[in-house]
Write a protein that binds this ligand. Sequence first.
Ligand code: UDP
Length: 390
Amino acid sequence: MADSGGGHRSAAVSLAEALEGRARGVFVNLLDEHAPFPLNHLSALYGPLVNRAPWLYHAIYQASASRRRLALLEDAAYPWVQGRITAALVAEQPDLVINVHPMQNALPLRSLRGAGNRAPFVTVVTDPVSPSMAWFYPAVDLCVVATDAARRVALTAGMDPSRVVVIGLPVRRAFAAARGRLKPAGRASLGLPPERPLVLLTGGGAGIGRLPVLARAIARRLAQAHIPTQMAIIAGHNQPLQQHLQAEPWPLPVTVLGFVDAMADWLAAADLLITKAGPGTLAEAACVGVPVLVTGFIPGQEAGNVTWVESSGMGIFADQPDRAAALVAEWFAPGDPTLARMAAHAAAAAQPDAAERIVCAALALLPDRSDTVTCTAHPAPTCQDQVLTS
Ligand code: UDP
């Protein structure tokens, strides 16, 4: 995995949770902790780059839209990174490798095989609808995608159809546990006024998007309409954003936070989530049954997520702050049925057992496991294997 945004780490954690009792999971952050300079700084650049130069990020996405071009890049980078990657991976002597990052396919797999390790290599694609081609390296043993649209991209990239399975986006178990929790109790447990409906704003792990201008417009509109609500804004790892928001005078109760570990509790307490189209966050909102107002997306990789939200009925896209604020005020007006309807669609779109099913499919690749691993919600523990989530 790697810490560009928060979604890759969340996916890795969800898979490690699903492995518990069946295999020993080890996290290896190849990009941030083992790649040579300047590759080891790419994750730190993700938030600032997407916030300040989304056009450049999109250009990179488009430049990687050809498997042939990617192969040239991979060939050029391999001699440079291979030594460090091999050392980090082979030291763990994995029986199975599960990768959740598009930049950690080709080079780790080549390094592993070059060192004589034949452990099955599985890629779990965490961009559910419009993934970059970089996710798809034909030599992997199994590639897990979330939708038929992503599978089509995989096949365009030259993947063997028998190695691409559609399962879903893995979500940490806290989100499944939070399904159906009563919102006033959830708010009270977070120290919030329990009876005031909660609007939750996030921008992924890196605090991406125009959160101040959106939050200001929404707060003003709700206060003007005398709708007794409250807001919580989670700035993730974006500390300047957090400080900026904490210094604002707000016309209604607003809680501003940095990175929170208990995201499931915040979602379970919320009546509406306002976010960029981050795949992890959207899958978690579906899992908890929270409707979503999507106010932005990272060009390329998150564009398809907007369509997914709207077609599932769990939310709406509105990127203009005034329009977003008007919708929020309309939905929280007494008697408006929209939030309840979207919440039901969100719950219907949830795949709380995706991590479990992915782990079952991955463990079935182990030579002596194919007949012992069954894909049920709570399979009994079987043997102990060493699994790397890279
Ligand atoms: N997240 C979190 N705490 C925070 C902010 C984000 O745990 O304070 C998690 C969130 O629950 C989700 C992930 O970070 O699992 C964000 O992933 P997403 O795919 O939505 O966007 P990314 O950050 O990767 O761009």
